[in-house]
Write a protein that binds this ligand. Sequence first.
Ligand code: GLC
Length: 468
Amino acid sequence: MLAVGPDTPQHPASAAALRSNAAGILLIAVVLLFAGCAAKTQPAAKVTLALVDRGLFDKEFRDLRDQQYREFTAQTGVEVKLLPGPESAVEQLKLWQKLLGSGPETLQVQPDVFGIDVIWPGILAEQLLDLKPYVEQDIPAHFPELVSNLTVNGRLVALPSRLDVGLLYYRTDLLRRYGYSAPPRTWDELEAMASRIQKGERAAGAKDFWGFVWQGAISEALTCDAIEWQASNGGGNIVDRSGKVTVNNEHAIQAWERAARWVGSISPPGVTTYKESDASNVWRAGGAAFMRNWTGANVVSNSEGSAIKGKYGVTLLPRGRTGAAEVFGGDGYAVSRRSAHPKEAVALVRYLCGRRSQALQARVLSTPPTMPDLYGDAELLRDSPHIREIRGAMGAGLVARPSTVTGEKYTSVSAAFSTTVHSVLVREKSGSAAAAELERQLVQILSARSASGSQEPPRTARPAHADK
Ligand code: GLC
């Protein structure tokens, strides 16, 4: 049983020492920091929570969180020290596993609160506290799909804090210049518009201008992009609801091959090395007509120094043969089972996921809330019209990655998938050869005994749209 320690040590973090994005440097900094703290242990009753968070790369996001931590401390007397993580989802997960003591390497530092990606519950569940008994009254306010996605074997391992969605960013000034009255509704339209605008802009002197940027590096981001292409083309997800491998089909293959044709035509050859920030750097500098990115890219696109501030719109992704498919992502906040301060940690989670924090987040960063009734805010909808569209897509077009059904094997499943799609994008393999090989690999991954000893994919709760 976890106990709340009355004489909790204080952990005075040096923010400057923790700014680096590199996981290695961060780890060393964290270890040194905590080693220093141990020496300065005070008998004071003051509680300081350590929090590791995601998505802290935009100044606007960091400033907002700092303001929220300060407010939480003013309300509760509990201090919060932030330990930022590395940039990409895969590196973050590796670090979180070390910090939670679930990976091969366990660190001595023990953060209390963890920002976790929607795809991690099945991987980290064992190391996280079941929040259900503490947050029962908060649960009905959130989208049930998100709550169910964060629930593993009946245990609520995190409370939803942020909904993220794959979106299409488009240049309103260029659409006007080329006579388009609306953003593309289908991938075919996107191709035609991107190609025409690219040609025109280059002819007018912008030699490096591209039609469409997205995430093509082997990464979790490519997993998301590729699921969107194939699911909207009728190719389904990587595995279905029951965990059966469905990815080796002609519609998925067609969708990957279409994206491979974008490389070097409407998208830069380097797009196969892009993660989210690479795409948004090109976009923000005014170098592309369209971009696929997450809701968070709005912040950098609209900030001071952006060449396209006020010149772009955001909407749902184009439709394919069978409709639209935007992958949803986002975060929840979880409490480590090893936390020495679970009560305080739960209070912080409730605060960060609460209505007030989410409303602020939505207004300042145009982050879609995880609470349906916050979507009625007229001011928010006026300033961020895509939020209304996301609300509409919530019941229909949003697609979950198969993280719940594949449980702790999700990381291997996603890595195999993005590596395969990448091999098609760089024309190392044909789509059909790559898909057949991927199918074999996935069957092997899913039938192997998992780290926790079970041979079957864990039976876990599943979001409503898991098999789209
Ligand atoms: C965003 C999403 C997250 C996803 C990640 C992939 O951060 O919120 O769910 O896994 O991008 O790079």
